[in-house]
Design a protein around this ligand. Structure first.
Ligand code: UD1
Ligand code: CA
Length: 448
């Protein structure tokens, strides 16, 4: 069945107290909107329409970042959820299939749940996602009779009896496009809020003799974000989920509660992540790799058997091949480290390519930036970069070459050659002893 997604994201999110539209606040380093879109995209929709209003330009940019083919419609005035859906429907005028409505601020709806909804659509005209609320608060209440959903009552409009219902509306709705459009056209705003409620389509559908039902999901999936406190709670819930998922997938987490994942972190089986590790977006860690304590990784790929940290930093474009070791206080950015490269201490490798089994000594720096342009450093395989080498890019060091400790390398080093750049050392016999004696005598005099 062809499918279209409508993601409602026009609301201001007043309680966020923010200049940023609510749906652009981040969870696990991705805008909430991306989480909501990702949930819907698991159903492989044919069309996606994001309804934007507050901060529409920024919302549009974020939606397009996620999927350049997503459509954005503007809801200039937020007249209610039915009105919001109504803004999107004209784009689907010739679309023959189902529509699922998601909220941009409800980021954690699972794939299973959405599948259960499409499944329920086989037998019912309108499917609403509900949940048993521990605290039903101001959620819309689902009035049911067995499997049938009779109507949805908004809290403000509910009677005492209806308010006692704990089965609540998540906001997610599925229906055939044509049916949805004709129901939405009938929705009025004669209610406590003066808004056009999407929830009214259930009662309207029933009045026409159509069927409606509820699919239930765990409350955790419907976690909505309305305030910074909710945002922190959503972050914590998502981190807990990611940790549990990683361990289920065979990743060892020494102290799970100290590891922070990004929304898209991928870690292979039998990888090990030690304490206090932070993953930024775009990281993949292959099976058997080890991420040691206090490391920070973003936009990086770590291959099998590689060891990162403790205290390492991998920045975007860091590509570590198998068995690479990147140790303490080593930063790698936009650089390929081929198999078996070792850079174990106090090093910056940026805009570089380093060949197999090359050893990078402590304190090595690729001087990649001249203040205006970035330049590349290319080092061959089996090379030895002596400690405290400055590699002034653009520069190339050949296979099996060596640089002497403390050298500033400004010219290419041929394969097999050694480059040394150092002032000549001199020895002054007895000088240190004489100097210390003199200084100690001075200090003794000051004390008297
Ligand atoms: C809505 C439901 C309620 C449900 C709750 C779950 C209605 C009438 N009520 O209430 O039954 O329990 O969600 O969280 O649907 N939006 C727009 N344009 C608008 C209005 C809203 O895009 O004109 C978007 C908001 O940005 C938000 C979503 O729709 O992402 C929900 O709107 P919100 O005002 O938060 O609805 P609730 O009052 O929470
Ligand atoms: Ca809400």
């Amino acid at each position: 069945m062809p499918l279209a997604l409508i993601v409602l994201a026009a609301g201001k999110g007043t309680r966020m107290e923010s200049d940023l539209p609510k749906v652009l606040h981040r969870i696990a380093q991705a805008p909430m909107l991306w989480h909501a879109m990702r949930a819907g995209y698991r159903l492989a929709p044919d069309h996606t329409i994001v309804v934007a209003g507050h901060g529409a330009n920024a919302v549009e940019a974020a939606a397009k970042d996620y999927d350049p083919d997503a459509h954005i419609v503007l809801q200039t005035e937020q007249l209610g959820t039915a009105h919001a859906v109504g803004q999107a429907l004209p784009l689907l005028e010739v679309f023959d299939g189902d529509v699922i409505v998601l909220y941009g601020d409800t980021p954690f709806i699972s794939e299973e749940t959405l599948h259960a909804m499409t499944e329920a659509r086989r037998t019912h005209d309108v499917v609403v996602l509900g949940f048993e609320a521990t605290d039903p608060a101001r959620y819309g209440r689902l009035v049911t009779d067995g499997d049938d959903l009779l109507k949805i009552v908004e809290y403000k409009d509910a009677t005492e009896d209806e308010r006692a219902i704990t089965l609540c509306n998540s906001g997610v709705v599925a229906a055939d496009r044509a049916t949805l459009a004709s129901l939405i056209a009938e929705v009025g705003n004669d209610n406590a809020s003066g808004e056009f409620y999407l929830t009214d389509i259930v009662g309207l559908a029933r009045a026409r003799g159509l069927t409606a039902t509820v699919v239930r999901c765990p409350e955790a999936e419907t976690l909505g974000v309305n305030s910074r406190a909710d945002l922190a709670q959503a972050e914590a819930a998502f981190q807990a989920y990611m940790r549990a998922q990683a361990m289920e997938d065979g990743v060892t987490l020494a102290a799970p509660e100290t590891v922070f994942f990004a929304w898209d972190t991928v870690i292979g089986r039998d990888a090990e992540v030690e304490q206090n590790v932070v993953f930024g977006p775009g990281v993949t860690v292959e099976t058997g790799a080890r991420i040691r304590a206090f490391s920070h990784l973003e936009g990086a790929h770590v291959s099998r058997g590689a060891v990162v940290g403790p205290y390492a930093r991998l920045r975007p474009g860091a590509e570590l091949a198998e068995d690479v070791h990147v140790g303490n206080f080593v930063e790698v950015k936009n650089a390929v480290l081929h198999e078996g490269v070792k850079a174990n201490h106090l090093t910056y490798i940026g805009d570089a390519e380093i060949g197999e089994k090359t050893n990078i000594g402590a304190g090595t720096i690729t001087c990649n930036y001249d203040g205006v342009f970035k330049h590349r450093t290319v080092i061959g395989k089996n090379a030895f970069i002596g400690s405290d080498t400055m590699l002034v890019a653009p520069v190339t060091v050949g296979d099996g070459a060596m640089t002497a400790s403390g050298s500033t390398i400004t010219k290419d080093v041929p394969a097999g050659a050694m480059a040394i750049e150092r002032a000549e050392m001199t020895i002054k016999d007895g000088f240190a002893t004489k100097m210390f004696n003199m200084l100690k005598a001075r200090k003794a005099k000051q004390r008297n």
